[in-house]
Design a protein around this ligand. Structure first.
Ligand code: APR
Length: 265
């Protein structure tokens, strides 16, 4: 994964723009690499949190359910650590804004993000599913209702849902936790219509998220990758644009805009 190759050439970016405009229903799948240039470390590869500290227990959800009170106490104590600290300070970068611009241009139809950092939302992305949740939200494990952290009474732990009295948990999906139904259904519905996936800043090692891109490819669709390094999906991609998401995606928007203008003139 770490083998850095040359920067995406203008010809490659042009080819990607051509595929994007030829597609009927392009969507995007994004990961931690999208937010590295916003100051949030990735999980794997160089500078990755898991690379540094080792992967968290694969049964994080079971640990939560075994003692929710203790888990909540630990969660509250962690809100300023190396993972959450940068999340709170981070701002969308030109990569996030480029995807929102492609949506506003009517080119990109939906974004599936694995990121919990809220940055696509802050960049103005409308068609968006946060398949691993959002760190600014708390979710009821019974009815699925989501609340902002500030709306939850944390004087008694673990907190419970004001709608159904179900147990509340951070909206971020822990290892071993099923993906919330509403997010999964949204992703599956848009992926089933897609004929192109723009895969940006993900190692494509975690499922079901990575599976949506493979599903589109198996159906004869196209894959365009934006990544600093090789990933698990590079070999399946029609175009692989090497470089930082905040640098490459704005170039892609420029190429799409130029092609459109040329087509109209
Ligand atoms: N621009 C583009 N890509 C980048 C950049 C950058 N500036 N920096 C790093 N990358 C790439 C890396 O090469 C790697 O392929 O981003 C990818 C990040 O991979 P991971 O750290 O594995 O992140 P992600 O794919 O989002 O992980 C999936 O795993 O740990 C869980 O729940 C967590 O959502 C996460 C999921």
């Amino acid at each position: 994964m770490e083998k850095q190759t040359k920067r995406a050439t203008d010809e490659e970016v042009e080819q990607a723009a051509k595929l994007l405009l030829e597609a009927e229903y392009p969507i995007a799948l994004t990961g931690a690499g999208m937010s590295v240039e916003s100051g949030i470390p990735p999980f794997r590869g160089p500078g990755g949190l898991w690379t540094k500290y080792g992967e968290p227990p694969m049964n994080g959800f079971q640990i939560f359910m075994a003692d929710p009170k203790k888990a909540w106490e630990q969660q509250l104590a962690r809100r300023d650590d190396e993972l959450f600290g940068p999340l709170k300070k981070a701002k969308p970068n030109p990569g996030h804004r480029a995807l929102a611009e492609l949506e506003a241009m009517g080119v990109l139809h939906f974004v599936i993000t694995q990121n919990v950092d809220d940055l696509h939302r802050q960049a103005g992305q409308v068609g968006l599913a946060e398949i691993h949740g959002n760190f600014k939200l708390v979710r009821c494990l019974e009815c699925g209702e989501r609340f902002k952290w500030g709306e939850v009474d944390l004087s008694i732990l673990p907190p419970h849902c004001t709608r159904c009295h179900g147990l509340l948990k951070s909206d971020t999906v822990s290892f071993g936790e099923p993906i919330p139904r509403d997010a999964l259904d949204q992703c599956a519905s848009h992926a089933s219509r897609a004929d192109l996936v723009l895969v940006a800043g993900t190692s494509a090692t975690v499922y079901p998220a990575a599976g949506f891109a493979h599903e589109v490819k198996e159906r004869g669709g196209k894959l365009i990758e934006v990544n600093l390094y090789e990933s698990e999906i590079t070999a399946f991609c029609d175009v692989s644009l090497k470089g930082g998401a905040a640098e490459v995606l704005p170039r892609l928007v420029k190429a799409v805009t130029r092609r459109r203008r040329a087509a109209l003139s």
